[in-house]
Ligand binder design. Sequence first.
Ligand code: ACO
Length: 277
Amino acid sequence: APKPNGTWGENVTVEFEDGIAWVTLNRPARRNAINPGIVWEMNAIMDALEADDRCKVMVVTGAGESFSAGMDLKEYFRATDSVPPIERERLFRANAAWQWRRMMQFPKPTISMVNGWCFGGAFQFLVASDLAVASEDAVFGLSEINWGIIPAGIVTKAVVEVMSFRDAMYYIMTGETFTGREAADMKLINKAVPAAELKDKTRDLARTLMGKNPYVLRQAKTAARFVKDLTWEQAGDYLMAKSDQTEFRDPENGRNTGMKQFLDDKSFKPGLETYDR
Ligand code: ACO
């Protein structure tokens, strides 16, 4: 298996466009199944993008007709059945890192743009990204049951977090596919749009996010992740501490600027728009 070397381009491409980093899984002939090459390259990409000013929002998508056909059964599973356990664990750990652990804590907003097939392991980064937009006719499935495994990694945890329990159980147990439109109805994703509009609508969403104070946006999304597992009392204390940290560290001093523009200058309405940055 390829070893981490801090570069990319063979299995994943990155294109910068006005603040958006379009990260494209690029194994269309394998329906963008996740092989070790993608794992190492995605880790290197996230290392680079978190510190690259050309990336204000990261969009993850797939080349060709597929978002991602899940884990590569040949290169990720079969090929690692016979390697020393520690090597396999290292690969699996690196995969968990990019697909959910780091994705959930990525300092910049992340959007999954689901352009086609989305199966199994692909649900990890689908759910761990902050927002998700799909083409109406994209096809999703928890196909694990169809080939004799349970949705492992963190897939089962991810789907019971974001889907209703009944929906999650239904698709875990039947392995049936569902469309982007159905995924939006079930709130697995934010919205489904016609395929021809997918990129434009995703760009619009990214631009909305880019209009916000980036430090506050990071704090807000991190807080939303953590409060889910806290009690009300803990959340109340944590959020006030997080809010103080945000005010203290925000390089833009957004809170005071926003307050001034509303109360003193009367130049904007916070209910309706973002303050003038
Ligand atoms: N792992 C390994 N190879 C794959 C994968 C995969 N997950 N998905 C597709 N490929 C390969 C196929 O073996 C095929 O290889 P070949 O050209 O050497 O025959 C090639 O990609 C093209 O795939 P086709 O099946 O021919 O493409 P088609 O468009 O007809 O079907 C589909 C696409 C429905 C996505 C199908 O490939 C499929 O069912 N893939 C597996 C999906 C899946 O269940 N993934 C695992 C989820 S479970 C998990 O991730 C833990």
